[in-house]
Write a protein that binds this ligand. Sequence first.
Ligand SMILES: [Fe+2]
Ligand SMILES: [Fe+2]
Length: 192
Amino acid sequence: MEINDIIDLLSKEIDSRRLEHSINVMKVSEQMARHYGSDVNKARIAAILHDCGKNYKGNDALEYIKKIPYIPDEIEKIQPKLLHGVIGKHLAMTKYNIGDQEILEAIRWHTTGRAGMSVLEKIIYIADYIEPLRTFEGIEEMRRLAFVDLDKCIVHCSESSIRYVLKKGVLLHEKTVETRNYSLMLVNMNSI
Ligand SMILES: [Fe+2]
Ligand SMILES: [Fe+2]
């Protein structure tokens, strides 16, 4: 499927604000992919589809998950919003005909991140965080680091994410902690 066909189909699925966010993530991902010599087309497709599962909230998400081979953990059951990456990956395969594993994994992991992300996964994770509509404390530094050091940038994004979760008083997913620790280890290793 060509990117314009994907956008056409997606615009019928998600609201205009989310579509604007997804287009912004696509633009940032494209710039980052160019900067890091990564596949620009893959970055565009992964970015435009990263939130395609976002329409499934609460019970809808839990019902969707029952029909696919995925067993949610305790935190995902309590906060089904966390499942939109898994659902998005499945929708990308079934509705948008995406077969590329790298793209699918970038959609799958964009919310929490994970240890050992590929460059594409890192780009989508970061672009989602820093796109122009976002306003967080320290975002200018994240926007700068996005083009300097992916791992250092992810340390900042995941720490900001952890602070947000703590402030909100909701459950913190272990994958977010894993992402932060693993990225910090990579940063420290590279500075030795
Ligand atoms: Fe998302
Ligand atoms: Fe997003």
